[in-house]
Design a protein around this ligand. Structure first.
Ligand code: ZN
Length: 375
């Protein structure tokens, strides 16, 4: 049996259709909307008036028309009708980004606040965020919500950190921050945030393994554009897959985890990444080249193993992404060729499209997506 559509529902649908069309086109006219969406002029006129009155759309100049004396009004969505906040909490600093409805940056700030699990820290973070919004001239009623990305596992409802060994924050609940802010908040696993940023920029990407190659290794598995969390919330915690029985110690307390071979800490030790790649480029010292080749060996081994488990696109992101070249990717394919039983086409490894600020941006995206879905 088909569900009946009420007149109210049709009106709502037209409103959604029109808003989404303007959002997608960025700037359009009443005539264009009417023609493209096959809606009558009076319907479009009344919906535009409604959306404009609510402040969801605004007039943005005029289009030239072929009819002398009749210029069409240009409509655009009000980009900052609502905003979303993304925060990345790290050991030594807090990164904040405020984004408009297009996921574009309105403002970004890095606070030198070292993580502590106490009231004064939470209060400082909240006060700094409120001060930053005020500085940007954004009233808090406009904030859809705030995502807080952490280096740890998060419960499926985004309320609790279920495993936070890096920051020593296991068990921390969102109330620590939410009680000091007048808008909704949720935690997000940092690699999940990075994966969401990648999906935002790649509307056609359905399935993916995202590898966050930063000081620590992280990963997210995406199926049908959804991040897989799993029964206990630890799907894709590849960093603790054991690759060497008596390998180097991992922060989890075990040895030889993928973290100890494929993280930037494993590659760089305490050397800054710029210095390492500068030395690599200048060919100064065989130790640098040897370290890089060994790292690529380990990365290829890890990707091959994960690719046998999940045959999807692999996106290489994190702080390493801007330094990766096509020659490196070809080198990884060469290594995989020697390991895999299949004749793999060289089409599944990509470098991240958004290597910078992606974690904080990704943390903010669910609020934008929910708003746009329920307009
Ligand atoms: Zn481990």
């Amino acid at each position: 049996m088909t569900k009946s559509i009420t007149p109210g529902k049709i009106k709502q649908t037209n409103r959604e259709l029109i808003y989404r069309y303007i959002y997608k086109k960025r700037k359009t006219s009443q005539q264009d909307i009417s023609y493209t969406l096959h809606l009558s002029r009076p319907t479009v006129t009344s919906k535009l008036a409604e959306l404009e009155e609510e402040g969801l759309i605004r007039r943005a100049g005029q289009f030239d028309s072929e009819f002398v004396g009749r210029k069409a009004v240009a409509y655009t969505v009000t980009e900052d009708y609502r905003v979303s906040v993304g925060v990345e909490i790290l050991r030594r600093e807090v990164k904040i980004i405020v984004m408009n409805l297009y996921g574009e940056k309105i403002g970004r700030e890095v606070l030198p606040l070292a993580f502590r699990q106490d009231e004064s820290y939470y209060r400082s973070v909240c006060n700094e965020i409120l001060a930053f919004l005020a500085q940007l001239g954004i009233p808090t009623e406009k904030v859809l919500g705030m995502g807080i990305a952490v280096q740890g596992l998060v419960s499926p409802d985004g309320r609790t950190i279920t495993y936070g060994k890096i920051l020593q924050c296991t068990g921390l609940t969102i109330d620590a921050f939410a009680s000091g802010l007048p808008f909704p908040c949720q935690f997000m696993h940092d690699a999940g945030g990075a994966a969401l940023s990648e999906l935002w920029l790649s509307p056609d990407l359905q399935d993916m393994v995202y590898l966050s190659l930063s000081r620590h290794l992280g990963a997210a598995m995406v199926c049908g554009r959804r991040i897989l969390t799993g029964q206990h919330g630890h799907t894709a915690t590849v960093e603790h897959m054991m690759m060497r029985k008596d390998g180097d110690p991992c922060y989890c307390g075990r040895r030889g985890c993928m973290e100890t071979l494929c993280s930037l800490k494993a590659l760089l030790g305490d050397e800054p990444i710029e210095s390492f790649f500068d030395r690599l480029e200048r060919g100064s010292g065989s130790d640098v080249d040897k370290r890089w080749q060994t790292y690529l060996d380990h990365l290829a081994e890890a990707i091959n193993m994960l690719h046998l488990l999940y045959d999807s696109v692999f996106v290489l992101g994190g702080y390493l992404a801007p330094y990766l070249t096509q020659a490196d990717i070809d080198g990884i394919y060469d290594r995989i060729d020697a390991m895999t039983p299949f004749d793999e086409p060289r089409d599944f490894i990509r470098i991240s499209l958004m290597p910078k600020h992606n974690i904080a941006i990704g943390a903010a995206l669910p609020y934008l997506e929910a708003f746009l879905k329920n307009i």
